[in-house]
Design a protein around this ligand. Structure first.
Ligand SMILES: Nc1ncnc2c1ncn2[C@@H]1O[C@H](COP(=O)(O)OP(=O)(O)OP(=O)(O)O)[C@@H](O)[C@H]1O
Length: 673
């Protein structure tokens, strides 16, 4: 046999410390060769060099290309799946007319030989195809990478190139390919390389059509010789690949074929070893919604996230134009706990798992959804920065945004009662979307709901209509009253209701930002019920004259000031109606909101979060108790009355605690004694 050193037009140069390469024209003209030509080539290609004239490129690949070496298995298994699907296509088009028995990919671990074999019975490769696809084309990825590396931008490029097959060298000291093409009269070939530029190729005996990729695992990668580790990788990346993937066997119990029965009359079960198929070849997202029941959707959710609570509802995505995308997105029960819900969407490309960290790829608020997105238009081997810049990815996120809004709108229109029953679980998501995405705001305006303290739900328009008559102030502005907790503000809410005012419940973690947004969009103002006295919150024209003169107020002020912490409370008199409480505690809407936003992060002013809590102590100059305090000659008694009035106000606002609360209880007992 003639042994040649192949000189081809694929060449790498080394310039100083930078490696880059160049591929000649041969690559771009790929002529299919006939079998006879292939045979001649095998004879001539016993050994060759993969055109690298410098040290080898694999250390670079190993170091820079993938942050996760484990993806070698995804690459090889998806190549094997591709080869199987290609054969199926050829059979459908009549180009391959032998019977295709079960197409199957097998991952075989041999711990003693320290090998992992990825076997398929797909199209296989002729010698020329190995030459073309493995020696040359697969190298184009390496070439591209090395060129970028030349620009010293390697870190940004990590993962931006799919080297596919060559990723095997990240974990192997030697890789062998044994392959037999589906083509009539094809000869089986073996290719072998140790990761250096040299490869060898020879004809071998192989009767089964398809390809074995045999990895001789390197010393530093022995973790991949553990069955559990391989299982973990396979179920992460290959769980939904479209061709059955076998990894070893597993034991199961089946009915005894002899039909022997146990004491209860049931056919006995016997242990049986069966093939361990690690994937579900037809996941729900690839089926049409008409073929799926609610139960199927729930089961699929459980397949994705075992042991989690059922989702609220789902959206089945199916787009062919201007890009291909399928998927199912689920609305989890958010329960105001946003962080734990993130990073649950799994991104696939043709059923191959890419990532479950879609942050910055889909809009932030969509990150709260769960489920699967599959698009062949998403490149498989890509870095995050690359994905973000990809125009398909951008279109995809816009599309999902629209679909989600459409679905919510549909649900609202179809069954409002049901929609309302889900509202408390989805409001954070919708508010998040409306805050972060103007398009989503516009789409959601029709179905976003406001809930009041009586558990009634309104759209924005409905609500404006409801409160218009009573809650328009003297400047013609609608004022929406709200509380963060109907329990904590019970007394204040009752007061407001007595006046014919409605009070909304705004208790989501995003409430203060959301309120601000609504004020801008709806031209209304929001005021928490404890932000001021009702007269001030919704100012009307009528002025109530004060029963106490200025002088009397001046005399009374130090008495109140002497009974509160002056650092925290500012005493002020207001001429309110007699039916209002004698003393009320309020906190400026502006200050409180700023502090809340500061605490949430984003918005608000920087120093607000660290400012102390400040309150107003509003004394109602028209209340009979205030006149009584003023007229009380016994100083001790006057002090007790003042303290009692202040404590009652604090109690309504949930501010009376600790020692002050104990003193209040004791004083109250003495008073009723
Ligand atoms: N198991 C296989 N059976 C048949 N052909 C294969 C097999 N594995 C690889 N090939 C051939 O080798 C080529 C190069 O494979 P490689 O994985 O490097 O790139 P790719 O699959 O084309 O792209 P990607 O970077 O997305 O993996 C494939 O396109 C295919 O033609």
């Amino acid at each position: 046999m003639i042994v040649v050193h192949q000189t081809s037009d694929l060449s790498f140069f080394q310039m100083e410390k930078t490696i880059f390469c160049h591929i000649g024209s041969k690559l771009s003209v790929a002529h299919p060769l006939t079998i006879t030509e292939s045979e001649q080539k095998i004879k001539a290609m016993q050994q060759g060099t993969i055109n690298i004239q410098t040290e080898n490129i694999f250390p670079i690949i190993k170091k820079f290309l993938y942050s996760d070496t484990e993806i070698f298995l995804r690459e090889l298994v998806s190549n094997a799946v591709d080869a199987s699907q290609k054969l199926r296509t050829l059979s459908k088009t009549g180009e391959f007319n032998q019977e295709i028995k079960d197409l199957r990919v097998e991952v075989i671990l041999d711990k003693d030989a320290k090998t992992i074999t990825v076997r398929d019975n797909g199209i296989g490769m002729t010698a020329d195809e190995v030459e073309k696809y493995i020696n040359q084309i697969a190298f184009s990825g390496a070439k591209e990478f090395a060129e970028k590396y030349k620009d010293k931008d390697a870190n940004a490029m990590i993962g931006a190139f799919g080297l596919g097959f060559y990723s095997a060298f990240m974990v192997s000291e030697k890789v062998r390919i044994q392959t037999l093409s589906y083509q009539d009269g094809a000869k089986a070939v073996e290719w072998e390389s140790d990761g250096s530029p040299q490869f060898s190729m020879k004809e071998i005996e192989k009767n089964e059509r398809g390809t074995d990729i045999i990895l001789h695992i390197a010393e530093d990668s022995t973790e991949f010789l553990e069955e559990a580790r391989l299982n973990e990788i396979l179920s992460k990346y290959c769980k939904f690949l479209p061709i059955e993937i076998k990894f070893g066997t597993r034991k199961t119990f089946v009915e005894d074929p002899s039909g022997e029965k146990d004491e209860n009359g049931n056919v006995k079960k016997i242990e049986k070893e069966i093939d361990n198929i690690i994937n579900n070849t037809s996941p729900a997202w690839n089926k049409t919604p008409a073929d799926l029941t609610e139960e199927d959707y729930k089961n699929f959710y459980n397949e994705l996230y075992p042991f989690t609570e059922d989702p609220l509802f789902h959206i089945h995505l199916n787009v062919d134009y201007p890009f291909n995308l399928t998927g199912i997105l689920y609305f989890p029960r958010l329960k105001n706990n946003m962080e734990v819900q993130k990073n649950k969407i799994q991104l696939y490309s043709n059923q191959v798992f890419i990532t479950d960290n879609v942050e910055n790829i889909v809009p932030d608020f969509l990150n709260l959804l769960h489920g699967v997105i599959d698009s062949p238009d998403i490149p498989l081997n890509v870095s995050r920065s690359y994905l973000q810049a990809d125009s398909n990815v951008k279109k995809i996120s816009n599309h999902i945004n629209k679909k989600v809004a459409d679905k919510l709108n549909q649900m609202f229109k179809d069954d409002r009662e049901d929609f309302q029953s889900k509202w408390d679980d989805i409001e954070v998501f919708i508010q998040y979307g409306m805050l972060s995405d103007d398009k989503f705001y516009d789409r959601s305006e029709k179905f976003a709901l406001l809930k009041n303290t009586k558990d009634e739900y309104f759209t924005f328009e409905e609500y404006k209509e409801k409160i218009k008559a009573a809650q328009t102030d003297k400047n013609d502005k609608l004022v929406c009253l709200y509380t963060h907790s109907a329990d904590a503000h019970h007394a204040l809410i009752e007061n407001a209701n007595d006046r014919g005012y409605d009070v909304l419940v705004m208790d989501s973690p995003l409430a203060s930002h959301y309120i601000q947004k609504l004020e801008g969009k709806l031209n209304v103002s929001f005021a928490r019920v404890d932000a001021d006295t009702l007269d001030k919150l919704i100012q009307k024209d009528e002025e109530i004259p004060s029963k106490l003169s200025e002088k009397e107020q001046e005399n009374l002020k130090p008495i109140f000031e002497g009974n509160v912490n002056k650092e925290k409370y500012v005493v002020q008199f207001e001429s309110l109606s007699e039916t209002e409480k004698p003393v009320q505690i309020t906190q400026s809407e502006f200050m409180r909101r700023m502090k809340e936003q500061q605490a949430l992060g984003g918005g608000g002013m920087h120093m607000m979060g660290s400012l102390p809590e400040m309150y107003n102590l509003v004394v109602n100059s028209n209340h009979p108790l205030i006149s009584k305090i003023l007229g009380e000659k016994n100083e001790e008694k006057q002090k007790d009355l003042t303290k009692q009035a202040i404590d009652l106000a604090m109690l309504s606002n949930g501010l009376l605690q600790g020692e002050e609360l104990t003193k209040f209880i004791n004083r109250s007992l003495e008073l009723i004694d």
